[in-house]
Design a protein around this ligand. Structure first.
Ligand code: GDP
Ligand code: GDP
Length: 434
């Protein structure tokens, strides 16, 4: 799990420009959470080999000054709660403003590292103008130009030095993360699993606990639970609760082998649940879908479950080989089955198919249905091997790898799933030159 850096500051100082510059070099894994709240963004970056997550706490509603002030308070609070370090951005063009002073006042009180950063310093003349920001009482400042990138290196050199090393767990137990929207029933699920109430309320500024990892030995299985739900933070606004919750899910997903994605049956597999699903898929994590509160769904004829399943699968296209369980935490219906299924998915994810067997099964299939000729050329697949990665990846060696199109790769994936069972696990297929 990487450390978290938040960018705060009033509107128009260049926060998003800077954010985009930093995450540009990498895939922004979390387009998934933009749209959750107004326009906060979360992405990943790295400097000098050290990886960190970046939050642009941006999001403003346009309105009167006192709305702005409240927004700034919230933004800074969020940063203080979630981040290991804070970049406080100001704008040399406009100089020190009242709003900058308000933010500075909040930041002077906390004991997290704050990097006062004067943006839009595009030239030497502007560098001289930056001295007025000493008045904010935050000590030394950094100058940079988000537009041309100058000064970025100096800031990042110092920034990554103060970031804590976040260690990965070292034991080999399966790591299950319980994720989903607020009120899906995550805490209730975990409490039902461990048979006790456990809440940790953190409303103290400066405490950053995203998830608790606990080792369990239940129902004859030993596993680590990455529990995002046990932590309750006092969010004043519903939207913030959602943001906290999704942020925490994002990090729990990065940190697990299998996600138990819970949602409320009465609310459905909506866009936000879908976002979490794709996030897990893109991170190559095992997935189990738990349709919770099934006790509240009135008509439970078999066809209802079937219809419900069909609707979810539509949203998951083309990755539909995922277990979907209908559970009720309240009545403890299929709680054990949920864990059992997660263990199966874990095993599927770490499954290794011996090369001999893989070729014995797949080569005849390929011979019967070869890749379609492309530009008059015939593709000949000669040999298949599973790569030694933590999740299933397969290399198909052939004469003309570039001529194998996606539909045929999907065909191969489906055949692999049919014969070897990779339920709940995303897989990758590569064509390699032989
Ligand atoms: P945010 O509201 O703080 O996220 O600010 P934006 O990133 O949207 O930037 C506000 C405006 O400042 C935009 O017009 C940017 O093009 C401009 N801007 C951002 N960084 C720089 C910079 O380094 N130099 C100059 N001259 N303009 C910048
Ligand atoms: P979280 O925010 O995802 O941790 O959700 P909670 O565990 O706090 O649950 C939200 C609400 O849903 C609580 O009032 C729970 O009692 C209720 N709840 C959870 N699971 C079930 C269920 O299976 N059936 C019903 N009827 N209510 C449930």
């Amino acid at each position: 799990m990487s450390a978290i850096v938040a960018i705060v500051g009033r509107p128009n100082v260049g926060k998003s420009t800077f954010f985009n510059r930093l995450i540009q070099r990498r895939e922004a894994i979390v387009d998934a959470i933009s749209g959750v709240t107004r326009d906060r963004h979360y992405g990943k970056s790295d400097w000098n080999g050290k990886e960190f997550s970046l939050i642009d706490t941006g999001g403003y509603v346009v309105g009167s000054d006192d709305i702005f002030e409240k927004e700034i308070d919230k933004q800074v609070e969020l940063a203080i709660d979630e981040a290991d370090a804070i970049i406080f951005m100001v704008d040399v063009e406009s100089g020190v403003t009242g709003m900058d002073e308000d933010v500075a006042k909040l930041l002077r009180r906390i004991d997290k590292p704050v990097f006062l950063t004067v943006n839009k310093v595009d030239n030497a003349k502007r560098a001289a103008d930056a001295v007025e920001f000493y008045a904010l009482g935050l000590g030394e400042y950094y100058t940079l130009s988000s537009i041309n990138g100058s000064g970025t290196g100096e800031l990042l050199d110092d920034l990554v030095k103060v970031l804590p090393e976040k260690e990965m767990e070292t034991d080999d137990l399966p790591r299950f993360a319980v994720v989903g929207r607020p009120n899906a029933g995550k805490s209730s699920f975990i409490n039902a699993l461990i048979g006790e109430e456990r809440y940790i309320v953190t409303d103290i500024a400066g405490t950053t606990r995203d998830s608790i990892d606990t080792k369990y030995n239940r129902f004859g299985f030993e596993f680590n639970l990455v529990d995002t739900a046990g932590i309750r933070r006092k969010a004043k606004v519903k939207e913030d609760l959602e943001f906290y919750s999704v942020m925490r899910s994002v990090r729990a997903i990065e940190h697990c082998d299998v996600c138990l994605l819970l949602f409320d049956a009465t609310r459905g597999f909506d866009g936000q649940v879908e976002n979490i699903f794709w996030l897990a898929q893109r991170n190559n994590k095992g997935i189990v879908i738990l349709v919770n509160k099934w006790d509240l769904v009135g008509d439970k004829e078999t066809h209802t479950m079937k219809q419900y399943t069909q609707k979810i699968k539509q949203a998951m296209e083309p990755f539909t080989d995922v277990p979907i369980l209908f559970i009720s935490v309240l009545t403890k219906q299929r709680i054990f089955k949920a864990i059992e299924t997660a263990v199966e998915v874990y095993k599927n994810r770490s499954k290794r198919i011996p090369t001999r067997k893989l070729n014995d099964v797949m080569l005849p299939i390929i011979q019967n249905t070869p890749p379609p000729a492309y530009k008059g050329k015939y593709v000949k697949i000669k040999f298949i091997t599973q790569l030694p990665t933590p999740f299933p990846q397969f290399a198909f060696f052939c004469n003309l790898p570039q001529y194998v199109r996606d539909p045929y790769k999907r065909f191969l994936e489906n055949k692999l799933r049919e014969h070897f069972v990779f339920t709940g696990v995303p897989m990758s297929i590569f064509m390699r030159k032989k």
